[in-house]
Design a protein around this ligand. Structure first.
Ligand SMILES: Cc1cc2nc3c(=O)[nH]c(=O)nc-3n(C[C@H](O)[C@H](O)[C@H](O)COP(=O)(O)OP(=O)(O)OC[C@H]3O[C@@H](n4cnc5c(N)ncnc54)[C@H](O)[C@@H]3O)c2cc1C
Length: 385
């Protein structure tokens, strides 16, 4: 999808009563900034590095509302609600920023080798069929005609036609430009030490140089670092490292995203292919490891044998913001004026549009688009997912 025309500068009426300080310029902070600024709220985004420096630019860009949904529940509802918003969100963003973000309803194939493993997949996702979500089983032959580069060893798979993809490294600049054009201010190189309070209410934040940035509301969107800025939540956010390898071929070998055993493959239109990912609890260690690269490459080449001839381009790692119940911290905290927007773990890119609408509703005192009880930051984890 390409941006066709530049948006006119928005007509804004500043909401004199509210000024929002957002901590963190990842996909969460930038989407909240765009949504709030469009609605006339004065917004300042404080980012210790540059916007998009961390997990949000490292993501593969899968909008996997169905392939990532293993059972019905609040997370699935959140993902589906966000996927529904995506086409409109992208159109608005591309018009406002002039930056194309590579959004495509690519569909996702979840594949397995043995016939028994294919049947297991079918049973595991049967609840989605019952819920009338678009999903189809593909035989080995159907798989081969849809994606001829896939291994003939595969026994079949599931086809999630409404799951989609985009380029996170274009999404982040687009969000920042669009938010800035709508009136948001970005302050890079601003390290937030803590949330400041006055009379029991959030009144802004204190930076590491001792200065204070005041606001009627603070939105905490510091990703994996959220619990280092504030402890005003029962569940901690911790980093879950993920590593990615990027290959390239002269023409794309796949058109859809493929989830296989031991890796997923995300094709780009220009022949790049992302291979992801690991899930590691190793603190903030930023390495890419030889063992992970070896395993990802082996799994990818088994899935698509033609990748053995691909050029090895680059590799990277970053930190998914993880919580013990794998649900985000989203909504008002026990401290009035302090709103959380963090802990989106494996699906922050997918969840950005709905999360931005939720945060805007919290700041503006409106009814949120869905029930926030499961996501409230002062909940306790009752059970593992
Ligand atoms: C390898 C990998 C692949 C992924 N693939 C996908 C995918 O395909 N689809 C999907 O939906 N999701 C994916 N994710 C998850 C997604 O990237 C995250 O859920 C999402 O980016 C989180 O966004 P965020 O804004 O909360 O965090 P971040 O992008 O990490 O942003 C947080 C920002 O806060 C700043 N910050 C931190 N502390 C402070 C402070 N004290 N003061 C000022 N600024 C501060 C940081 O510098 C950072 O820029 C993936 C993640 C990884 C690691």
């Amino acid at each position: 999808m390409t941006a066709r025309r530049q948006a006119k500068p928005p007509q804004r009426t500043l909401d004199a009563g509210r000024s929002v300080v957002i901590v963190g310029g990842g996909v969460m902070g930038c989407s909240a900034a765009f949504e709030l600024a469009k609605r006339g709220v004065a917004v300042t985004v404080l980012e210790r590095s540059v916007p998009g420096a961390e997990a949000s630019s490292a993501a593969a860009g899968i909008l996997g509302a169905q392939v990532e949904a293993h059972h019905p529940g609040p997370m699935t509802e959140l993902g589906l609600a966000s996927r529904k918003l995506y086409a409109g969100f992208v159109g608005e963003l591309e018009r406002a920023s002039g930056i194309a973000i590579g959004y495509r309803r690519s569909g996702v194939l979840k594949v397995a080798y043995a016939a028994a493993a294919v049947s297991k997949l079918e049973r595991a996702w049967a609840w989605q069929k019952k819920a009338k979500l678009p999903l189809r089983k593909l035989s080995r032959r159907e798989l081969g005609s849809r994606e001829p580069a896939l291994s003939t060893e595969l026994g079949g798979g599931l086809w999630f036609e409404d799951d989609a993809t985009l380029e996170p490294r274009a999404l982040l600049p687009a969000l920042r430009v669009a938010a800035e054009k709508a009136g948001a201010r970005f302050q890079s190189g601003s390290f937030v030490k803590r949330v400041a309070e006055q009379g029991g209410r959030a009144s802004g934040v204190e930076l590491d140089d001792g200065s204070v940035v005041k606001g009627s509301h603070v939105v905490l969107a510091a990703g994996s670092w959220t619990s280092l800025v504030s402890q005003a939540q029962a569940l901690r956010v911790v980093p879950a490292r993920g590593q990615i390898v990027e290959l390239a071929t002269s023409v794309p070998l796949l058109s859809s995203i493929v989830f296989g055993p031991d890796c997923y493959l995300v094709p780009r239109a220009d022949g790049r292919m992302l291979i992801g990912s690991t899930l590691e609890f190793v603190g903030f260690k930023r390495e890419v490891t030889a063992g992970a690269v070896a395993k990802l490459l082996a799994a990818a080449i088994r899935l698509v044998p033609g990748l053995a001839e691909a050029e090895l381009r680059q590799h990277w790692s970053s930190f998914r913001p993880y919580t013990a119940d794998e649900l985000p911290l989203l909504g008002p905290s026990a401290t009035p004026g302090l709103v959380f927007m963090s802990g989106h773990y494996r699906n922050g890119i997918l969840l950005a549009p709905i999360s931005a609408k939720i945060v805007a509703a919290c700041v503006l005192g409106e009814k949120p688009p869905l029930d926030l009880a499961p996501f409230l930051p002062d909940r306790r984890a009752t059970s593992s997912p």
